[in-house]
Design a protein around this ligand. Structure first.
Ligand SMILES: [Fe+2]
Length: 159
């Protein structure tokens, strides 16, 4: 069986494992990168299904959205700084079209712009990110994250 979500997550787990032992003082522990990468993808997959968005690409975009931070260890500007590395990573996977790579990398690049409304796929990534963090006890700090969380909670209640 071949599944692109599984394959991407396996490769990401390898990339995360490669960071072990480096001297960088990380803003978030590697275990969080592993857990959040997988659970955010699952949250995103279900949100996408509910919203009529491509569930596979949504899960993959959620899986790679923090790749910039996985590489650098730093929160600051990790979304924008992750754009090129996400593209390189997806190219190296060898099973994505150019169009898919651009869509996914774009969603990763823009995921920190929580006050702006982007494409449906980008919105899934932002919402899954906020919800997954919240479910692990990371409360939304910024007002735009809080209002996003309120909207998602309302959406989930109506399911
Ligand atoms: Fe995230």
């Amino acid at each position: 069986m071949f599944n692109r979500i599984y394959a991407v997550q396996s490769k990401l787990l390898e990339k995360i494992a490669e960071r072990k032992g480096e001297s960088t003082d990380r803003d978030w522990p590697l275990d969080w990168e592993r857990i959040h990468m997988i659970s955010c993808a699952k949250v995103g997959q279900y949100l996408a299904a509910r919203r009529g968005v491509n569930t596979e690409l949504a899960a993959i975009a959620c899986a790679v959205h923090d790749y910039g931070r996985i590489l650098s260890g730093k929160q600051k500007n990790h979304a924008v700084l992750g754009y090129e590395p996400v593209k390189e990573f997806l190219i190296s996977c060898g099973y994505f079209s150019e169009a898919e790579i651009e869509i996914v990398a774009q969603a990763a690049k823009l995921h920190s712009n929580k006050s702006e409304v982007g494409s449906p796929l980008e919105e899934v990534v932002k919402d899954a990110d906020v919800l997954d963090c919240f479910e692990y006890g990371i409360d939304p700090e910024r007002p735009e994250q809080r209002s996003r969380l309120e909207n998602i909670m309302a959406e989930l209640k109506s399911m």
